[in-house]
Design a protein around this ligand. Structure first.
Ligand SMILES: [Zn+2]
Length: 385
C-alpha cells in the first residue's frame, strides 16, 4: 500500500532565480484571481467548462506556461467546491506544481529542484538536511507546492512511500480529549496538560500584543501563531510516535470519528474549541499515518455513549460518569478513569458481533490530510507518560 507524505524543503535561490520565481508566483496568483472572477460571475465551476473559458486568456494575459495555467484553473475549481456564495480571492504566493512543471535532480553536492517559470526553467539548490534528503532520495514526486513566505521560498513535495498491507485483529481503542490528550485501551496515556499550559502562555502573549495594535506588534502576532502551530504540531508528532511505538503487530487502531465541535461535551467547555478540534484531528491523522507505516490498520467509528457505557456490564447511563475523570457504574460498581473507559468502549465497538465488520481498508492519507514533516522540530519537549 502506498502512503503519501509531504516533505517541506527550503530553497536556496540566487538573486536572479528569486526574481524569476517571485514573478511567476505573482502571475499564478493573479491568474487564479482572474479565473476566480470569471468562474464566479458566470457561475461556471466545473473544471472542464471553466478551462474553455479561461485557458487561452490565462496564457496570454499572465504569460503562464501551459501546465501552470491548468494548475491555476484547478486550484480555483477546487476552492469553489467548498463554497460558492462569494467571490474567492487568492492572496498567498503559492503555486501547484506537477511533474511537467518541476523535477528533483540528485547530485553529489545536493538535491536541486528544476521549476518552470515565466521565462526559462530555474534550477535551485535545496537547503535540506540528511533526514529530508533520505526521504526524497529515489522518489519521483509528481506533486508539489511552491510557497513564498517570510522572504523565503519553500517547496512542499508530496512523496509516496510503500508500507506493508495493513492487517490485524486486536482492536486498540484511542480516546482523545482535553484533560488527557490520549488514552488508549492498551494502557498508553498522555496527559493534555503540557500542550494546554503552553497554549495559555501563548494566549497571554497574544492578547498583550493585540492590545498594542502597532504594525510591529501585528507582525509579531503573525509570527507567534505560526510558532504556536509549529509547537503544537511537534508535540502531536511526538505523542503519535510514542503511541504507535506502543502498538504491537496484529493491533487495529479504533478511533472516534470527530464530526465537529458542537455535539461533544468535551469540547464545549473549552474556550478554544476550534483550535482543539483542529489539533485533535491532526493527532488522529498523525496516528493514522504512523500506524499505516507499520501495517497497522486504522478504523474510525461513529462512537455513541462511549463515555457513559459500562465496559463490564454494558449499562448506559449519564450518571455513570461521576466527573470529568471518574467513571463508576451505578449498576455493577465498575470504576475507572473515564477516558480509559471511553477507550475500552471504543476498542469493543468493533468486536461486537452485531457491529459493523472490521474495515480492513484504511482511509488513505490524502492531500488535504497529508502528513507534514517539518524541518523545524523543537528541541525540548516534555511529553507526559
Ligand atoms: Zn456496570
Amino acid at each position: 500500500m502506498d502512503l503519501s507524505k509531504t516533505v517541506v524543503c527550503k530553497l536556496k535561490p540566487s538573486v536572479e532565480e528569486s526574481e524569476k520565481l517571485l514573478t511567476t508566483l505573482e502571475a499564478f496568483r493573479d491568474a487564479c484571481n482572474h479565473i476566480s472572477k470569471v468562474a464566479f460571475e458566470r457561475r461556471v465551476f466545473n473544471p472542464v467548462a471553466l478551462h474553455h473559458m479561461v485557458y487561452r486568456e490565462t496564457r496570454e494575459k499572465f504569460r503562464l506556461p501551459a501546465n501552470l495555467a491548468i494548475r491555476a484553473r484547478d486550484r480555483v475549481a477546487k476552492a469553489y467546491k467548498q463554497r460558492r456564495d462569494k467571490l474567492l480571492e487568492f492572496k498567498s504566493l503559492s503555486m501547484d506544481l506537477d511533474e511537467r512543471i518541476f523535477r528533483l535532480i540528485y547530485k553529489s553536492e545536493g538535491v536541486y529542484v528544476s521549476i518552470s517559470t515565466l521565462q526559462k526553467r530555474v534550477k535551485v539548490l535545496l537547503d535540506i538536511g540528511d533526514y529530508q534528503r533520505k526521504l526524497l532520495e529515489g522518489t519521483r514526486p509528481t506533486h508539489a507546492v511552491l510557497v513564498y513566505r517570510n522572504r523565503e521560498f519553500y517547496i512542499h513535495v508530496t512523496i509516496s512511500r510503500e508500507a506493508p498491507e495493513p492487517k490485524g485483529d486486536n482492536p486498540v481503542g484511542v480516546d482523545i480529549g482535553l484533560k488527557n490528550l490520549l488514552v488508549a485501551s492498551n494502557g498508553f496515556k498522555v496527559k493534555g496538560g503540557k500542550l494546554l499550559c503552553r497554549r495559555h502562555r501563548f494566549r497571554e502573549l497574544r492578547s498583550s500584543l493585540q492590545a498594542k495594535g502597532t504594525a510591529s506588534a501585528k507582525r509579531r502576532l503573525k509570527r507567534l501563531s505560526r510558532r504556536e502551530r509549529r509547537y503544537v504540531n511537534a508535540v502531536l508528532h511526538q505523542v503519535s510516535r510514542a503511541f504507535t511505538n506502543s502498538l504491537k503487530e496484529g493491533d487495529i487502531v479504533v478511533m472516534e470519528k470527530l464530526t465537529g465541535i458542537r455535539n461533544r461535551a468535551k469540547h464545549r467547555k473549552s474556550q478554544n474549541g476550534d483550535f482543539h478540534s483542529w489539533a485533535f484531528r491532526r493527532l488522529q491523522s498523525f496516528i493514522e499515518y504512523k500506524a499505516l507505516e507499520r501495517g497497522i490498520p486504522v478504523v474510525y467509528t461513529k462512537a455513541k455513549n462511549t463515555s457513559i457505557t459500562c465496559p463490564r456490564c454494558g449499562y448506559i447511563d449519564k450518571v455513570n460518569r461521576r466527573s470529568q475523570s471518574l467513571f463508576r457504574c451505578v449498576n455493577c460498581g465498575f470504576q475507572h478513569n473515564a477516558d480509559y473507559v471511553a477507550s475500552l468502549n471504543l476498542s469493543r465497538m468493533e468486536l461486537a458481533p452485531t457491529g459493523r465488520a472490521v474495515v480492513n481498508q484504511p482511509i488513505a492519507v490524502m492531500n488535504d490530510f497529508s502528513h507534514y514533516d517539518s524541518p523545524a522540530s523543537p528541541r525540548s519537549l516534555a511529553v507526559g507518560s
